[in-house]
Ligand binder design. Sequence first.
Ligand SMILES: [Zn+2]
Length: 269
Amino acid sequence: MMGPSHALSGAAVWLTGSWALDQFADYHQSPLALAVGTAVCAGGALFPDLDLSGKVTRNQGGATVARTFGVFSLFIAEVMEKISLGVYYATKLSRDPRRNNGHRTLTHTLPFTALVGWGTTALCTAYGKWAVVSILFFMIGLALRGLFDQWAERAGWVIVTLASAAAAWFTFANLPGDRGYPMIGLAVGVGCFVHILGDMITKAGVPILWPIPIKRRMWLMIGLPNGIALRTGSKAEVIVLRTALTVLSVLATLGLVAPSVLQRFNIEV
Ligand SMILES: [Zn+2]
């Protein structure tokens, strides 16, 4: 799946989940908390592809998401790709093929998803406001890059970075401290998980079972069979899937805000 589809699926899942919590569990969020969770989940849904590095010294290549903060995020992607490849070789079994890059390995596993979610929460708990503002900055950047890819492409990474910093600071200044922190870790983790599911419906698949060995393979790629798998960049992805995710997001948002708007309307009329 391409970046925008990943980001959109993260946003759709967070909004739908929030709507369900609101409806069935009586768990209500402020509009700002909702917006932050949605942005962080959309950003988290791009995070696993930060393992697709380019040529950092020549400032070339890399996944779109790796270019969010220019050469800085390209460098992070380079490091993540090398660590992933290291873990691949450290844990590979005899039937696992040789590889020369770590894309779609470690960052596309469930233990990594859990670690990132837990790590985010731990950072927020340990370092408080500075961790929160840094994580928001990073995740909002990824979300902007994914959700508004054409704008981000035209604007360039400096503008994206400045916009993320401004959004992170505004959020931080307005978000009450008692509720936001655990939700940030959850949103990052859910985002990563949604990314894995998104890659599973494409041909290449992901090593979802790692680290469970199966038939002398630790890194078995699991995805839909070729006949029904989604082709990256196909009409089914770009038109059908994205439209469905957008409609879902809009409906969930309406479901979340409509009751309070209607209430206000009744009082005023
Ligand atoms: Zn991926």
